[in-house]
Design a protein around this ligand. Structure first.
Ligand code: MRU
Length: 376
């Protein structure tokens, strides 16, 4: 998307690759919305750390980062033997796979890269194929987001008030985003609407990232406290909810997404408000049989006990000063599950690049949606 920094507009992808230096290039999302900075990640171990520490986050974006990370690790191999190379690639794969557990895109992306490398008969050829496959994954992510934007655009009607949770915008993918794609498409078709962004404690991706994206894009929006949605729904001030997902079970239609999504789905069902989930195909898990089996990331207590932000005063060089402040009682601990699972019956439709379907229809459409059977 176009980013305006210091009065200049430039197109940026969230994730990119510098072939000459064998570096993954990422927008440093922990600094947004206060500072826009692109960082170069020099090796696959640092790439895994960037995913774990949330320099980059969001299902599609960490999928593309892992795909590039696998190619980066493969390209760093100095030997010539295919056996040693295969062992090395497996270690790189495991290092990246361990970075974050819930979003299935990360592993799906690397499986795609690993499979496409296999046709190479030498190490050099496989290294070349790995990078080509990672680039193909990133391009496909963009194409999927574009397509699902077209599929979902007609859901956004003139004057609607739309609620979204967390950030399923272009920062969470390679470009365009999922929950935001129908919004951007409706805007391009000339419709006006208003978006409520849940702030999304504890890391506030809604307040910091989604709000920044919508502001960059000139879309009318307001940030609301996570607890305000029920009140607005009760007063008839929300017409539609649209969120992204980190894993959708192809067999059951259950949706894992940022913590608090389930609460919003229950509220939307109670008030008869349509609730949509927008995803690229890499977010579908065709193997798991039950939502309860989705690994839910437990994150550190500090995220709940305090918050990151910038001070209102600036440093001598005119830069905002980024600080963590403790909010909670000093002797209290916290529990911090990062995601929850919304049952299929609370979801009106899944917006995919191939169409908008009730969650229960995914399994019947698995060939059309690219469902590959892989050993769990
Ligand atoms: O912890 P995050 O920021 O990586 O969470 C992932 C998400 O961005 C959300 O769950 C989002 O709504 C899903 S779409 C990428």
């Amino acid at each position: 998307m176009l980013v305006r920094v210091s009065g200049r507009s430039r197109h940026h992808r969230t994730v990119d690759f510098d072939e000459r230096r064998n570096c993954v290039r990422l927008i440093e999302q922990r600094l947004l919305p206060h500072t826009f900075k692109v960082v170069s990640i020099p090796d696959h171990v640092a790439t895994a750390a960037a995913i774990r520490d949330m320099v980059v986050r969001g299902a599609g974006a960490i999928g593309a980062t892992a795909a590039y990370g696998l190619a980066q690790g493969a390209r760093a191999f100095g030997g010539r033997g295919l056996t040693g190379f295969t062992r090395h690639v497996e270690r790189v794969f495991q290092t990246l796979a361990a970075a974050r557990p819930t979003a299935v895109d990360l592993v799906n992306a690397m499986i795609q890269v690993r499979e496409r490398m296999q046709s190479g008969t030498t190490v050099t050829e496989r290294q070349r194929l790995a990078l080509a496959a990672a680039r193909a994954f990133a391009d496909e992510d963009v194409a999927h987001c574009e397509a699902l934007g077209r599929q979902g655009a007609s859901l956004i009607r003139e004057g609607m008030r739309v609620l979204t949770h967390c950030n399923a915008g272009w920062l969470a993918f390679v470009d365009i985003g999922t929950a935001t794609a129908p919004l951007y498409a409706a805007q391009a078709e000339g419709r006006n609407f208003h978006v409520f962004c849940d702030e999304t404690r504890p890391r506030c991706q809604g307040a910091s990232l989604t709000a920044w994206e919508l502001a960059q894009q000139g879309i009318s929006h307001q940030i609301i406290a996570d607890n305000a949605a029920g009140h607005l729904m009760q007063r008839g001030e929300i017409d539609l909810v649209i969120v992204g997902s980190d894993r959708v079970l192809g067999r059951t239609g259950e949706v894992a997404n940022k913590i608090g999504t389930y609460t919003k789905a229950v509220l939307a069902a109670h008030h008869g408000i349509p609730f949509y989930v927008a995803i690229p195909l890499s977010t579908i898990d065709w193997n798991l049989r039950r939502g309860r089996d989705i690994p839910i990331e437990e994150r550190e207590e500090a995220e709940v006990l305090g918050a990151w932000g910038v001070t209102t005063s600036v440093s001598r060089s005119g830069k905002a000063i980024r600080r963590y402040v403790r909010i909670a009682n000093p002797t209290s601990g916290a529990r911090n599950p990062g995601f929850d699972v919304t049952p299929a019956e609370l979801i009106t439709g899944i917006i995919t690049p191939a169409g908008v379907f009730p969650p229960g229809e995914l399994w019947g459409r698995r060939l059309e949606l690219g469902g590959a059977f892989r050993p769990a």
